[in-house]
Ligand binder design. Structure first.
Ligand code: 1DX
Length: 181
């Protein structure tokens, strides 16, 4: 994944722990680079090694770390040049989620090595949607839970996310139920 993702993990580690913890995360992940370049595409193995090492060093599970990181990613991106992208003026949380593929299409024009997931929404009622998440990467459903919670904060909307159908249970892809409270 793009180095921007690794920089956001760095930011999370320094904010929830300290710089020494980040150095241990990098070393545990077997990575040598001093800094990650935002606009360089790194192998997914590098990203996953960082996530695993961060979970160990921060004393949590990979799933919990991914949830936390998803929430942090939204805040981080909105503070590092992507606020306008994440906050189309006047839009509701559900309207924004329904347009995530458009957001990724725009980003892909600028960053050709982006391999974005796809999100499809199904309206159930005014308060509830079913969110279909299709990714070439496995194991990142908890990341999406955090992303939706992060968007909820950004849009100042109380939201609950529930992983309803798991790809690892044999479904074609992960499906979430997203509810506005
Ligand atoms: F709900 O792959 C809210 O590298 C959401 O299944 C979901 O393939 C917000 F400059 C610039 C750059 C850089 C900007 F090139 C990324 F470096 C992207 C900024 C998205 C803001 C996807 C990151 C693919 C890297 C993927 C989960 C799970 C999408 C991560 C979250 C807003 C982003 O993001 C999966 C890659 C950006 C950039 C946003 C993503 C890659 C998301 C969201 N994705 C790089």
């Amino acid at each position: 994944m793009y180095g921007l993702v690794h920089r956001a993990i760095h930011d999370l580690a320094v904010k929830t722990a300290d710089p020494a913890t980040w150095l241990r995360i990098k070393s545990r992940a077997g990575l040598e680079e001093d800094v990650f370049l935002s606009m360089k595409a790194y192998p997914d193995e590098t990203t996953l090694a960082l996530v695993g090492a961060a979970a160990s060093e921060l004393g949590t599970s990979v799933e919990a770390l991914l949830e936390q990181f998803g929430e942090h990613w939204v805040a981080y991106a909105s503070e590092h040049g992507y606020r306008d992208l994440l906050q189309a003026r006047g839009e509701s949380l559900f309207a924004f989620i329904a347009r995530l593929d458009d957001m990724h299409a725009r980003l892909s024009l600028i960053f050709p090595k982006l391999r974005p997931p796809s999100f499809r929404t199904e309206s159930i009622d005014d308060q509830t949607m079913r969110l279909h998440y299709v990714s070439e990467r496995a194991g990142l459903a908890p990341f999406v839970v955090g992303l939706i919670r992060g968007l909820g904060k950004l849009f100042r909307t109380h939201v609950e996310v529930q992983l309803d159908r798991k790809r690892e249970d044999g479904f074609a892809h992960d499906e979430f139920l997203v509810t506005i409270k």
